[in-house]
Design a protein around this ligand. Sequence first.
Ligand SMILES: [Mn+2]
Length: 421
Amino acid sequence: MVRIGVFSDTHIGRAVPNTVAEYRRRAFRHAFSRAIDLFIREDVDYVIHAGDLFERRSMTPGDSILVKDELQRLVDGLDGEVKILMVRGNHDGTPENSALDYVKHPLAKYLEVLGDGTLRGEEELYEDDLIAAVGFGYTPYPSPRIREVEGVIRNILQTSRAQFKVFISHMFIEGHQDIPPGVPGHQIVSLESIRRLGADLVISGHHHQYSPTTDLGGVKVLTPGATESIDLSDTGPHGALILNLERTLDVQFRPITPLYWVRSTAVEGGETPRPRGWFKEKALNQIREYIKELEGDGAKGILRMTLRGLVEEGRYDLELELENLIREMKMEKPFLIHVELENSLKEKGVTPILGGTLNREELLMELFKPLGEEARVKAMELVEEVELTLEEEASTKTGLLTESRRREYVKRWKRILGETE
Ligand SMILES: [Mn+2]
């Protein structure tokens, strides 16, 4: 029997939101260590990480040392009888400048980073008697790219004489994961593309929620999800997978107890305009409830609270008032680490410029309408790319990109608008 420990999206170095940066950094480190504990306890033969090991833009030297030490602890705890396979995620950096290099070299004997060769169309394979593995590193265009290299992948997997053929990737898979709305088609890979690869097992990171196994008749598709809430709105549960491979594949999801609770809640005002005090009262009650639960459990926690509805006046004053009260509550009740307020209130009599019911994609479509169909598609693509780049590369202090990076996008925007320089 072969035992494989699988995890993904550990985002070591993530420190969002900024107000509780160091709490969050510790929480991601904690989850990583608990996953390593699990793999040692389960005496696994392989560990697979499906990308976003790090969050490169905010990671510190301490973060890479922690990961290196923890992987070394894994190797030692299993008497050197383990192989670690990884692919690069969008937060690990580019193929030329990947944070995975920080741990790859010190652990070279045990660790193999796969996937960037495959993206270039090369035959890249990890292989022993038991398993053959092909990786597929992050690309913003996985759907067309996988079609281009599918022949290469199928060929090396088919020629391998290993017992189990594994494909490791960092991408969205249609019909398997619950993909958030607004993700463009070229970022979503179809199950049909997956089926054609010739793998027995397909593992994908990128999606932060664990998805139960999809069985394509011979091909099993797995998403372990993240080990900790990446965004405060993530519901979890978060954890790692233990796979037992014999004739059949047995998949077990093992939750990881987080270092701090993360909870998301909302105060819903509905369509009726309500006074400020109404929202304040509801919000404070929900926070008190949360504190009670935390105290009961002896746990510390972060609460994300969305305010929605129609307020009679002073939506920003309300926010300030609440923030002051929350500050006092935190001093008094140290179980409460932080409340992240999302103020989505509308004020009575103030109509938004564009209809308030549009979702993000509809709003962009509306905004770019005057450009005409062809330019509109390009503009939407540009927005999406800028958004992704901001998330991966923006300075954690200013939230901005470097001048040279910005210039690239400005140039493209001008081209879309029909200007040539
Ligand atoms: Mn991720």
